[in-house]
Design a protein around this ligand. Structure first.
Ligand code: HEC
Length: 258
């Protein structure tokens, strides 16, 4: 791509990204008591994936901030989020919390996304209400044995990563892909022998993984059996053999100016 057309693409991208000054649900109201119950229900049922305060966790994205706003702006407001959540969340048991708890959780999500307090409360499940009104902080959910084993296995894989040295960048280990075209000569050549002319026709997909939406075409980097992928404002470490996500960091983006 020459410089002129590159500039044209950048200009088009800049024009196509809408600028929003207002928070996602700024035109809506919620009930404080419902949001308090929702925070508790969220801690018990959702935080293990979405993070303690809606700000992304080990298995799912944030339910506030720029990416979430991008998914839901102009899609019908919090009722649409409620409908989605009840139909799809938690993934292992959609609808399993019962209607009032979902409404409470969405009040909590509204609160975090700019809705105003003041709506009158619709009471939800009694035990949750009691706990929410008790003044105690919401309980954190202890991971079960299976979850602990999975997290420990991921941690040990990551702990096993060796430091990358300048010498390794000069002469990468055969199994690694440390920079864009693999070496400073930009040869993009791998010395690995397992795949060759004789068997390349028989290759099959081993795993696949959805990346967060983004406009880039990145090159995965590989080191010590861990594959690092970047997409948009997130970086993930995947087990290169299985595709399992080991770690992820999503950089919070500042709200678009204007
Ligand atoms: C086991 C992990 C897991 C749990 C538990 C879970 N979620 Fe999710 N959630 C996901 C994943 C993964 C996605 C994104 C994929 C999808 O859209 O199905 C998602 C997507 C969402 C979205 C849409 C986010 C967006 O940016 O558009 C909402 C809203 C949501 N979850 C709410 C909840 C609520 C509320 C709970 C608790 C009742 C919950 N989730 C529990 C994994 C989880």
């Amino acid at each position: 791509m020459n410089k002129a057309s590159c500039a044209a693409v950048l200009a088009a991208l800049a024009m196509s990204s809408p600028v929003h000054a207002q928070a996602l649900f700024s035109g809506e109201t919620y009930a404080e008591a419902a949001a308090a119950r929702g925070q508790l229900a969220f801690a018990q049922n959702c935080s293990m994936c979405h993070g303690a305060d809606l700000s992304a966790g080990p298995f799912a994205g944030a339910l506030k901030g720029a990416v979430f706003e991008g998914h839901w702006r102009g899609k019908g407001g919090s009722p649409a989020v409620l409908e989605f959540t009840q139909a799809r969340m938690p993934p292992a048991g959609p609808g399993s919390l019962g209607g009032p708890a979902y409404a409470d959780i969405v009040a909590y999500i509204q609160k975090a996304n700019g809705a105003a307090p003041g709506k009158s409360d619709t009471p939800a499940a009694a035990p949750l209400r009691e706990a929410a009104n008790s003044g105690r902080p919401p309980p954190t959910v202890p991971a079960d044995a299976k979850a602990r084993a999975v997290l420990a296995a991921r941690k040990s894989k990551l702990d096993g990563l060796t430091a990358v040295t300048a010498a390794m960048l000069e002469t990468p280990p055969e199994a690694d892909w440390l920079i864009w075209r693999r070496d400073y000569q930009s040869l993009g050549f791998s010395g690995l022998k397992q795949i060759g002319k004789a068997n390349v026709a028989g290759l099959r997909p081993a795993w696949s993984w959805n990346l967060p939406p983004s406009q880039n075409e990145m090159t995965p980097l590989v080191h010590d059996g861990v594959m690092f992928v970047q997409s948009g404002n997130s970086v993930q470490a995947l087990d290169a053999a299985t595709g399992e996500q080991l770690w992820r960091y999503t950089r919070p983006l500042a709200a678009a100016p204007g």
